[in-house]
Every structure is written in structure tokens, then in C-alpha cells.
Design a protein around this ligand. Structure first.
Ligand SMILES: Cc1ncc(COP(=O)(O)O)c(C=O)c1O
Length: 375
């Protein structure tokens, strides 16, 4: 797979620090339009902000009518509420001090509805006690494990229905539905992905029926990420909420693995040649503190100017490339690299340059890269 990026004027590019992150605004907006078109309605989307962690991106979503959002940290939740989200799902089962923190957020933003995921009675009871003491109501989504085995409770687990029904009985809580994240569904072929999702779906709906019989409403099913976005988007269950994260920026990893997805890379790293240590070598200033060390070494970025170069050395500050084209480059040459995995890469930067019409239009903060904003 090969990727192209919009042009940045050479005078602007030469002024940009390296390593630094740039966002192509036109691409970002076009990915957002593509997400809205796939979802068919803004009310079906609950995008995950962990990909960008930027308040400015949330403001663009809110302008487009997307008010439900998903987060993986309390700082992301706070950023979402600050940016105008009115329905925030903390999709990271709260335990320990995060219980008091999510309750404090709900008290701080009374016009925003907060919910969390849960798969165990102990933190559920702690959350209930904290929420009722603070006089707030926190929604609870049962975290349903449909095969990823990272978190959650399988639909067939004895006690799953009772656990969810408890959210309807405990003070300070309200049943908010199920969280169905299926990051293990990574079939390269869309039809195979759709089949896999269709196979797991009756397990979810059977659990829903049992919970409803037990007296607990299941108002929403927050489903999937980017690879299964088209699968759930094509389904007609009105409770489905679509939760893609990555495709708002997209990256070279998903672009390579899921060519069916109609999104293009909107984020890149500005990098410079700093050395030519051997005839076939080019060293860039894009170490693993500038692009995420994920996936394994050798494929952490796609470099449009050197698409076939072997990414041999990747240390903290250096990327050592081996390429027969090395003699085309000199120290100081500037180029762009597309991260294979953009989400952990944006978390490495405190600001990004926003490129519009080939030049830097503004800078955005990566607001919730900090673990704590105020709470
Ligand atoms: C719980 C949860 N929901 C949604 C997403 C978004 O998935 P993707 O990055 O494939 O868009 C993720 C990604 O890690 C996730 O962990």
C-alpha cells in the first residue's frame, strides 16, 4: 500500500521544527464527512477521542451535531465536557481514585451526562456509593467481552444479567446499555469482518433480552472501533452507537490493513535527515519519542519519499534507514512520515501544526495528553 499526503509549501515546510506533528485540516474534515456519511446520522456516532486528544477536534464534531463521545482517560473526559460534548462515556472500567474522579467530573459538568463501563460488582458498588454521596447519577454500560478477552464479561457468564440489573437498583447509577468493543475483529476482507460481527451479534442481543426481562433497560449498545465501523453502520438495530477512533486521522497501519475504509491519512510527522553514516544509510530525527514504538520495529511509519527503505534502527531519537537511494539525500533535507499507529503518536506531542491550503493555519493543543487537567 502506498500513501500520498497533501503538499506543504516548501517555504513553510522548511520553517517547521522536526520532529513535530502536522494535521492536514482538509483531510481531517474529509475523514469526518466520511464518518458521518458511513454513520448516516450524527446521533449514531460516539467517536473515541483517544486518537487525537484535541479539544479543537471535539469542537468540530460538536459543530457537526456529534455530541456523544468516548474516552479512555479522565483527562479525555474532562476535555470532552469542556469542548461541548453532552454525553461522555468513560470506556475504561473505573477503579480506585478514578471512581471519585468521574463523580467529581459529573458534579463539575451538570449539563453533561457521564457514563462508565463496568464488569464487576465491587467497583460498581463503590461507584454507587460515591455518586449517591455526591448527588449525581452516573450511567453504567456493562462491558461485554465478545472475544477480545481484554476486559469485560462474556454474555454467557452466570451473573452477567444480575450484574447489569444491579445498576438499575443501586443509588446514584442508571443502566446505560452495553459496551461491545471488538478490537480482535481485524479480518482484512470486509465481508469476512461483517460475517464475524454477525456471528457474535446474537450473543449480545440475547443478553439484552435477558436483562430487559430482569427489569433493566438497555438503551444503547456502544459498538466496535474503526475496522468494524462499516459492519455496525450497516446494521439497523436503533440502539447501536458507532465508536471509531483512529479513522478521524487514519494512519498507515489501518490504511494498509483495511483498504475498504474510505479514509486517508490526515496526520504526519515532520522529520529531517541528520546524518548519512554509510553509503546506503539515511538517519532521520524521528526516534521512538517522535513516533510510537508500535507496531514492532521495522514498520513504524510510511515515508512517502522513501517507501521501500528498511527501517533498521529505531532508538529514542533516531530512525536509521537502509536504502539504495541514500545518495539522493543530505543532512538537512526535510520530509514527512505517516505513523503506522497514529493514536499513541499524537500523545507524544503537546501541540500540532494545522495545515490548510498548503500552509500553517494555526496550532492546536493536544489537550488531554496530560493525565490530569483539573480533576
Ligand atoms: C474501547 C475502545 N473503543 C473504541 C476504540 C477505537 O478503535 P479504533 O482505534 O479501531 O478506531 C478503541 C481503540 O483502541 C477502544 O479501545
Amino acid at each position: 500500500m502506498t500513501f500520498t499526503l497533501p503538499v506543504i509549501s516548501s517555504s513553510e515546510l522548511s520553517e517547521l521544527r522536526s520532529p513535530s506533528m502536522v494535521i492536514f485540516k482538509e483531510r481531517l474534515l474529509s475523514n469526518m464527512d466520511g464518518m458521518l456519511a458511513m454513520a448516516k446520522s450524527p446521533s449514531r456516532l460516539r467517536p473515541h477521542c483517544k486518537t487525537h486528544k484535541m479539544e479543537q477536534v471535539i469542537r468540530l464534531w460538536v459543530q457537526r451535531g456529534v455530541t456523544k463521545h468516548k474516552a479512555a482517560t479522565i483527562a479525555e473526559c474532562e476535555m470532552l465536557a469542556n469542548a461541548g460534548a453532552t454525553d461522555v462515556l468513560f470506556a475504561y472500567n473505573p477503579v480506585g481514585p478514578n471512581i471519585a474522579r468521574i463523580v467529581a467530573l459529573a458534579a463539575k459538568f451538570p449539563t453533561c451526562s457521564f457514563s462508565v463501563t463496568n464488569d464487576h460488582e465491587r467497583p460498581l458498588r463503590e461507584l454507587s456509593a460515591a455518586a449517591s454521596a455526591a448527588g449525581v447519577a452516573i450511567g453504567v454500560m456493562l462491558d461485554v467481552n465478545v472475544g477480545m478477552d481484554r476486559t469485560g464479561i462474556t454474555p454467557e457468564t452466570p451473573g452477567a444479567v444480575e450484574l447489569y440489573a444491579l445498576t438499575a437498583k443501586l443509588p446514584g447509577l442508571r443502566p446505560a446499555g452495553f459496551h461491545v468493543y471488538d478490537g480482535h475483529q481485524r479480518q482484512l476482507n470486509l465481508e469476512e469482518r461483517k460475517t464475524a460481527v454477525a456471528q457474535q451479534w446474537p450473543r449480545v442481543t440475547e443478553l439484552r433480552s435477558k436483562c430487559e426481562v430482569a427489569g433493566a433497560k438497555v438503551p444503547a449498545l456502544a459498538c466496535g472501533g474503526t475496522p468494524t465501523f462499516p459492519c455496525y453502520a450497516a446494521m439497523s438495530d436503533p440502539s447501536i452507537e458507532l465508536c471509531p477512533g483512529t479513522c478521524v486521522f487514519h494512519d498507515a497501519g489501518y490504511g494498509t490493513n483495511f483498504p475498504d475504509l474510505p479514509f486517508l491519512p490526515a496526520a504526519a510527522i515532520v522529520t529531517r535527515v541528520i546524518s548519512r553514516p554509510a553509503a546506503d544509510r539515511v538517519t532521520l530525527d524521528i526516534g521512538n519519542k517522535a513516533v510510537a514504538a508500535d507496531p514492532p520495529r521495522g514498520s513504524r511509519m510510511f515515508i512517502p519519499e522513501l517507501p521501500t527503505a528498511v527501517q533498521e534502527i529505531h532508538s529514542e531519537e533516531h530512525m536509521g534507514l537502509v536504502t539504495p537511494d541514500a545518495d539522493r539525500f543530505q543532512p538537512g533535507d526535510v520530509m514527512l512520515a505517516i505513523p503506522m499507529h497514529v493514536c499513541p503518536t499524537s500523545a507524544l506531542y503537546d501541540k500540532v501544526a494545522v495545515i490548510e491550503n498548503g500552509g500553517v493555519a494555526e496550532y492546536w493543543d493536544v489537550t488531554s495528553r496530560n493525565r490530569k487537567l483539573t480533576i
